[in-house]
Design a protein around this ligand. Structure first.
Ligand code: ACM
Length: 636
């Protein structure tokens, strides 16, 4: 327990986003003076605010430092209270408050401060309803995502499954990959498969069947063997994962779930893009966590891992030509160029992926049929890159001339600085050897409306190229980036704002509709390929119920698992646009997800809900069936 404790509460105020009250208790035996209070918080103080009892000394996005209003000594057992009115958004949940806190003394020593959830004053916080019903499965098979078609008769649980053709190395390898996946996900369970024949086991024979669609598979259960037919490795892998799921369900809950004796499953995915995004900038996840998440994606038959590697908070990808990007841009701390954010204490927190780490992760994903789509978020969300490489900045541009939606000053790469393109070319060149996939995601989201207007270089560029404002400048920049990717044989993926100001060449460009679902239809109409990632259904950092006590963010509302599951992202999109709708994707914005417990609570079961919506036709989705099966599915 620390010697100091911070309590924070919020109360509504008519006509504003309410008032925060901070109470710092001195639990030590010594008087406290000559200090400031530093904290990070999801709820940010707005530029225009009124503070009673203190003053804001410094703020960088979610990092705040407050001073007592006058020379204050807090006696042992006493407290310092101050209030702030003027917030960037109204807090809606317990987790919207302080995520880390400490005192900084005049000699730069730091003292730890305990803190708790954000308390609600003057309103009933309510209680969440259960998020997952007991559920009910009409068919006794633990398959998730549910297959396209199935006609089975339940039988006895085999001891194990083993490959019929032990001389075929590809058959053994396919078996062994899914066997190890299962062992990693369920280390306390018996192995799902065996590589050699076992008494009481059932043998699985592979058939290459070119009439079956890509990624599809068929399973035929007979008395003496199981025949798994597919046209490709991916289909075979999905068939093996289905077998492992069937075994797992029958072992874990034998009352409810069985292994089939006879019949067939004929299955194929609804969409070819079944994605999950992870923001590793706001919060760094070690390689082992990333690998486990990819395992979980594979188990849920998701096939895209969208790896959000850079943002304002940090640049997490080693680029050998620019070691500053990670030496400066992946270090957050009070004594670093980048201020602490999202739960960071005063000590430096650093973390990035070496190129060897990336190769390992990409190879692991590929072995499970998951493509890694790397994201370098430009031109906005680039505070970490700009702090690392000052040559990216127009030296004449006024400091703090605009703020991003998250409160970062001047955080966009400058389209009129020629070094910007040299820098990006080098970054893309290094990424080429790391990421073999078709798409590079370049962000394109949330450039502040006033960006670049006080950069003389941008003013000159706008005049020369007859560009009307920031949106046109962004389009100029992204067209050049699009060309750089095309030269390198890669397609551009981005967030929906890539289309602003004229956008980029539609051919092969894939945009993610995150702001609102109808944006996806507009993008498809404009000729882009579209992946639906609406915050209102697929942002897994959003809270799952309205109650104050429910953890999670709130800017896109709250999303119970049932809503995520039932949501049909294409909505009423016209038939003619269906070919443009490539798929759907979960997004995990991790900055505010302070612990593994919160990660698991927020991400699961909604990730599996999205996986089923991505694979299973709408008319075969069944919330009650999903609810029983998903309880047995792995978490991080
Ligand atoms: C986003 O949520 N800024 C894509």
């Amino acid at each position: 327990m620390a010697d100091y404790s911070l309590e924070t509460s919020w109360c509504p105020v008519e006509g504003s986003f309410g008032r925060l009250t901070f109470t710092l208790h001195n639990l030590s035996a010594e008087p406290l003076s000559g200090f400031s209070l530093c904290y990070t918080s999801e709820t940010r103080v707005a530029d225009k605010h009124v503070c009673d009892g203190g003053s804001l000394k410094r703020q960088v996005a979610h990092f705040h430092e407050f001073l007592p209003s006058e020379e204050l000594t807090v006696p042992p057992g006493g407290c310092w209270r101050f209030t702030v009115e003027g917030l960037s958004r109204e807090p809606k949940h317990v987790t919207a408050g302080v995520k880390s806190a400490y005192l900084t003394l005049a000699d730069r020593r730091h003292l730890p401060v305990d803190f708790g959830d954000l308390m609600l004053k003057g309103r009933d916080g309510g209680v969440s309803p259960p998020l997952l019903p007991p559920g009910k499965a009409d068919e006794p098979y633990a398959l998730l995502p549910w297959p396209l078609s199935l006609g089975l008769k339940a039988g006895d649980l085999p001891a194990t499954l083993y490959p019929a053709e032990r001389t075929r190395p590809d058959a053994i390898e396919a078996f062994s990959q899914v066997l190890s996946l299962y062992q990693r996900l369920y280390p306390a369970e018996d192995a799902a498969f065996s590589l050699s024949a076992v008494d009481g086991g059932r043998r699985v024979r592979f058939v290459a069947e070119s009439s079956i669609a890509a990624f599809a598979y068929e399973l035929r259960f007979t008395a003496h063997e199981i025949v798994l037919s597919s046209a490709d490795d991916a289909g075979r892998r999905y068939g093996l994962i289905s077998l492992a799921q069937l075994l797992h369900g029958a072992r874990a809950d034998g009352e409810r779930f069985k292994f089939p004796n006879f019949g067939t499953i004929a299955d194929q995915p609804r969409y070819d893009w079944r994605g999950c995004h992870l923001d590793v900038s706001g919060r760094f996840y070690p390689v082992t966590d990333v690998v486990r998440l990819i395992d979980i994606l594979a188990w849920n038959k998701l096939n895209i891992f969208h790896w959000h590697l850079t943002d304002d908070e940090a640049w997490r990808l080693e680029i050998k030509a620019y070691p500053e990007l990670t030496a400066v841009g992946a270090r957050l701390g009070l004594d670093e160029a980048l201020a602490p954010q999202y739960g960071d204490g005063p000590e430096t927190r650093a973390g990035y992926y070496t190129q060897d780490d990336v190769r390992r992760i990409v190879a692991h994903a590929a072995s499970l049929g998951v493509e890694v789509v790397p994201e370098i978020d430009i031109p906005g969300h680039s505070a970490a890159a700009l702090s690392s490489l000052p040559d990216l900045v127009d030296p004449q541009e006024a400091e703090d001339s605009y703020r991003s939606p998250q409160g970062y000053a001047n955080n966009a790469l400058n389209p009129a600085v020629e070094f910007t393109y040299e820098f990006l070319g080098t970054v893309f060149d290094e990424m080429m050897s790391l990421f073999p996939g078709e798409y590079f995601h370049i962000g394109g989201d949330e450039v502040a409306s006033g960006a670049w207007l006080s950069s003389p270089l941008c003013q000159a560029l706008m005049k020369r190229e007859k560009l009307a404002g920031p949106a046109a400048l962004q389009s100029y920049f992204l067209k050049r980036v699009h060309g750089m990717l095309s030269e390198r044989g890669r397609k551009l993926a981005g967030w929906n704002e890539v289309s602003h100001g004229g956008g980029v060449d539609r051919d092969g460009t894939l945009l993610m509709a995150w702001e609102r679902p109808d944006v996806g239809i507009e993008l498809a109409q404009a000729g882009y390929d579209v992946v639906m990632t609406p915050g209102q259904a697929y942002y897994l950092d959003m809270a799952q119920a309205e109650a104050w006590s429910e953890p999670g963010a709130s800017w896109a509302g709250f999303t119970p698992p049932e809503r995520t599951y039932c949501y049909e992202a294409e909505g009423e999109s016209p038939e003619a646009l269906k070919g443009k709708m490539r798929g759907i994707q979960a997004c995990i914005w991790s900055g505010d997800i302070a612990s593994r417990a919160h990660f698991n609570r927020l991400v699961f079961p909604r990730l599996s809900a999205i996986a089923e919506a991505a694979w299973t036709p709408a008319d075969r989705k069944d919330w009650d069936r999903f609810a029983v099966i998903v309880r047995m599915w792995p978490k991080l």
